[in-house]
Structures are given as structure tokens and as C-alpha cells.
Design a protein around this ligand. Sequence first.
Ligand SMILES: Nc1ncnc2c1ncn2[C@@H]1O[C@H](COP(=O)(O)OP(=O)(O)O)[C@@H](O)[C@H]1O
Ligand SMILES: [Mg+2]
Length: 289
Amino acid sequence: MTTTPRRATGVVSPSGDAAPGRGVPNPLGPSFDGVAPVLRPTPAAAPAVRIDGVSKRFGDGPLVLDDVALDIAPGEFVCLLGASGCGKSTLLNLIAGLDRPTSGSIETPAAGAAVMFQESALMPWLTARRNVELALRLRGVARRERREKALALLDTVNLTDAAQKRPHELSGGMRQRVALARALAQDRPVLLMDEPFAALDAITRDLLHEELERVWRATGRTIVFVTHNVREAARLGQRVVLLSSRPGRVAGEWRISQTVGRRIESPEVAALSVEITEQLRKEIRRNAA
Ligand SMILES: Nc1ncnc2c1ncn2[C@@H]1O[C@H](COP(=O)(O)OP(=O)(O)O)[C@@H](O)[C@H]1O
Ligand SMILES: [Mg+2]
């Protein structure tokens, strides 16, 4: 795969204008230590996911996604942020290969991607361990290894004690942990998450942010995390990609270089959230005009 900079990388500054090239002083400057508007990247390795000029419409309906371009590096944690209905799930489904773009192309690793949704969609009659074992079985893991592997995965999401419980005996947060363990059981290099914590209360969500960050660091997965929650995106992402609405386009990108020790209440998360929200408002005004 080439590493030639392309217009189609779609990298824009938070002003929504084309990113300045290397060497060109960035007029916006960093918002605070550790966060800077994204400049043209110099990929060290071939991207794990390459989205190139992707547009999508359903039937003869309106354009849902318009010329979306995005390279996601192996092991990167990208948050796709946008208002409800802007096309986030549509884009995630395209990356997952569940649907096809109307035009443009998407490249993903041959080993594919695991997907996790807002609803855990666990088998209600199976215990947490059996739910994870099912994913291992579908992957072709031998029966004698499944139990131990499933327990190890449940341990990864801090759920060892709940291995014998059925979904109805678990809290919403615990069910999402099982769903995460099950997604990890698929052993795919890319993990696609569609608002996985949107139905959880704020305290549980905060805990799961910590879990997910730990799992990400431990497993080196490439994560594409969809959310409409600005704070969540600023808390979790190494990069936040803002999608505009009707049609969905990349309207801004922020890269966060210092992600260690970040908490939802960190001042830098608050500052970034303010900046992103301002850009989001601009987008909404532009569409309303
Ligand atoms: N299968 C489909 N058929 C027709 N329209 C769809 C389909 N899926 C999504 N849409 C439309 O595409 C737009 C974006 O939807 P979606 O990707 O679900 O948004 P988001 O996930 O950002 O809330 C919406 O207007 C939705 O109605
Ligand atoms: Mg959605």
C-alpha cells in the first residue's frame, strides 16, 4: 500500500478547512498541552483501515455519507463523533463489511473486524462464560481450550466472578463487559464499537471507559468507537473525527498525544470537549443556513 499523501486522507483542521501542509505554521495552535489540530500525517505503517472517497445513499434516498476519507493506523483508537442520524452507524457497518459503499472503497485487514453494539445481544440461556465460549467455537477453537480461554477473556474485562451467571443476572455494565470479552474472543485485529455504553449510567460508563482503555493498551487492537457524546470521545480517543450531518462528511479532526491518565473529569478532556462542541455548533449552523 502506498504512503503517498492523498487529498483523500480527508484531514481537516478544526476550522473545517483543508489542513495546512508540513512546515506551514498552524494558525490555530494547540488548544492546550497535548492536543493539537491534526496536520497531514506521515503514516509509519500501512493503515489498518483505509476509507477512501466513500459515499453512501440508500436506494434513491438522500446522500448519507459524502466523500468520507480516513486512514486509521494499526493499534489506533479513533472516536467517530457526530449527531444522531449523521451516518456513524452507516460508516461503521461499511467498515465491518455488513454493507457496501455507493462509491469509494474501504480496505480492512484480511482477518476482519469484530463489532460491538449498544445492546449486548448475549444469548440469554447461556452463562457469561458460555457466551464467550460460543464466539471461540465459531472461531474454531478446540473444545478443550475454550473454557480456559473464555475465563481468561472474562478476567481481561474484570468479570471472573460472574462467569457462571446468565445475562438477566448481570447489570447493564456487566453485560457490556461480557459483550466486550466476546468481541475479543473473535480475535480480530479491528474492534468496531457502535455507541456501546450509550445505555449505561454515567458512573458505570466511566468505569467501562477505564476497562476499555486498559484492554486497548493490553491487546493492541485498532478501535473505531462511535459516539454522539463529545465528552466520551474526548475521554477515549487518540483521535476524534467529527462527522457533519446530512450528508456525513469529515468536519474536523483532533489528535490527542497524551492519553495516559486521562479521566472524564480531566481539565484537558473538558477543554477539548468545549473546542469540539464549538466546531459541532458551527457545523449545525452551516447546515441550517
Ligand atoms: N438501511 C437503511 N435504509 C435507509 N436509510 C437508512 C438505512 N440505514 C440508515 N439510514 C439513514 O441514514 C441516516 C444515517 O443513519 P445512521 O448511520 O444510523 O446514523 P447515526 O448512527 O449517526 O445515528 C439516517 O437518516 C437513516 O435514516
Ligand atoms: Mg447509530
